[in-house]
Structure formats: C-alpha cells, structure tokens
Design a protein around this ligand. Structure first.
Ligand SMILES: [Zn+2]
Ligand SMILES: [Zn+2]
Length: 229
C-alpha cells in the first residue's frame, strides 16, 4: 500500500537552496530582507534613529489614519516576492509575505483591529488579474490572527489609471473618489486597511477618509512594504 503522506522538500523562494522553514525562506535570506527598522510612527517612511515623526506628518493637523504598520522597505528580496505574487500569479509567494507579516505584527504588542479591510481592485482589473493581492494576504492574516475579514464594506467604483505610472500629486487626484461603501455598514470601532505596498500613501488615505464617514474611530494600515519616496 502506498503511503498517502508525501513530504515535499521545501526550497527557499529567494536563493532556491533547501530550507527547513515552513516559511519557504532560508534563515540567511530572511535575515537579509530589507526591514523598515526605524520609521515614522504615523506614515512609516524610514527615518534616522533620532526622529519618530517625519516632517510631513508633523505639519498635518489631521491624519486620515492612525498608523501604517509596514515592516519592510520595497527593495531587494521583497520586490521579488511581491512581483512574483502580484504579476506572475504565484500564490506561494503571497503566502510567504503574509506569514512574514504575521510573525512581525505578533511581536509589535499592539491591539488588533476588529476587522481587516483589503484595498479592493476594480472589477475590470480583478477579472484581468484573476485575484486581488491585498485580499489574498488579508485572508491568511485574518485566519492566522483570528480577525474578521471584511472584503465587502469597501468597493472600488472607478477604474482609475495605475498609480505606479503617476507622480505624487497626480496620484492624489487620480485616487480621489474611487472608493465607495456598501450600504449595510457594520459598527466597527477599529479596523485595519490592508494593502501590499504603500508608496505615497494616497490610496490608503483615500480609503481611510471614506471609512471614517461611517464612524470608525481608529483606522490603522497594514502593509507589507513601504516605498522610499
Ligand atoms: Zn535563501
Ligand atoms: Zn510620517
């Protein structure tokens, strides 16, 4: 009788060496990941050791969200993992990113939100890509951390041009008014918006603005990587 339990050897997704980790990253590659180790306590932009809030956040009188939690910089191995997941359609890379995030957020001693709200894709782009990378990461995080996943509250009603092709000020105009809310609104007090990469922060700020309109008091942002702008 053939044993139905087949053990597949695990290979590091970055260096392709065998690894024992269930994370699919060897310890060496994990240690070399570009951690966003000291950053603004609000927008997560990297800062020198002696600063805790960046100049831009200090000048703002009102913030759309409380804090962006972003453990990595969008560089080196993280770029590769995100691109393999997002553009090459390899879900195993998304799982690695979500598990890296889970391990990191568990060490942050923060209060978890009541729900995770992934940044939605417009239905046209969703059909082209076949999946929403932020939703797939949120699914794993919600399950692993026992948090509600709510992917219906926030909708994308306009298919705006890709943010990556635009300047910072164009991004803000481009994203304005693209989100709306579904009519049956749950009474959350604390949520986290989930996005794979934060660049200028205009997408998550726009999502936070609309989520504030239904009385959500505390809005965090959970993002895998922060682009240095
Ligand atoms: Zn490796
Ligand atoms: Zn800041």
């Amino acid at each position: 009788m053939v044993n139905s339990l087949v053990f597949y050897p695990l290979y590091c997704q970055l260096c392709l060496n065998r690894c024992k980790h269930s994370l699919a990253l060897c310890e060496k590659c994990q240690a070399l990941l570009p951690y966003n180790s000291h950053c603004c306590k609000i927008c997560a932009v990297p800062l020198p050791e002696n600063q805790s809030i960046c100049g831009v956040c200090q000048l703002k009188t009102q913030h759309d969200y409380q804090q962006i939690y972003s453990p990595f910089l969008y560089q080196q191995g993280i770029v590769y993992l995100i691109q393999q997941f997002k553009y090459q359609g390899h879900p195993a890379f998304g799982k690695t990113l979500a598990l890296l995030y889970k391990n990191w957020i568990q060490d942050q001693s923060i209060t978890y939100p009541e729900a995770l709200i992934p940044i939605p894709l417009h239905p046209v782009r969703f059909r082209q890509r076949g999946y929403n990378q932020s939703l797939e990461i949120s699914r794993i995080l919600a399950k692993q951390l026992n948090i509600t996943l709510d992917y219906q509250l926030l909708k994308r009603t306009h298919n705006n041009p890709k943010q990556s092709l635009l300047s910072a000020s164009q991004r803000k105009d481009n994203i304005h008014g693209v989100f709306s809310l579904n009519s049956s609104t749950p009474s959350y007090q604390h949520i986290a918006i989930v996005d794979d990469v934060v660049t200028t922060g205009s997408t998550v700020a726009e999502a936070a603005k609309i989520l504030q309109t239904v009385g959500i008091k505390k809005i965090d942002v959970w993002s895998i990587a922060r682009v240095i702008i």
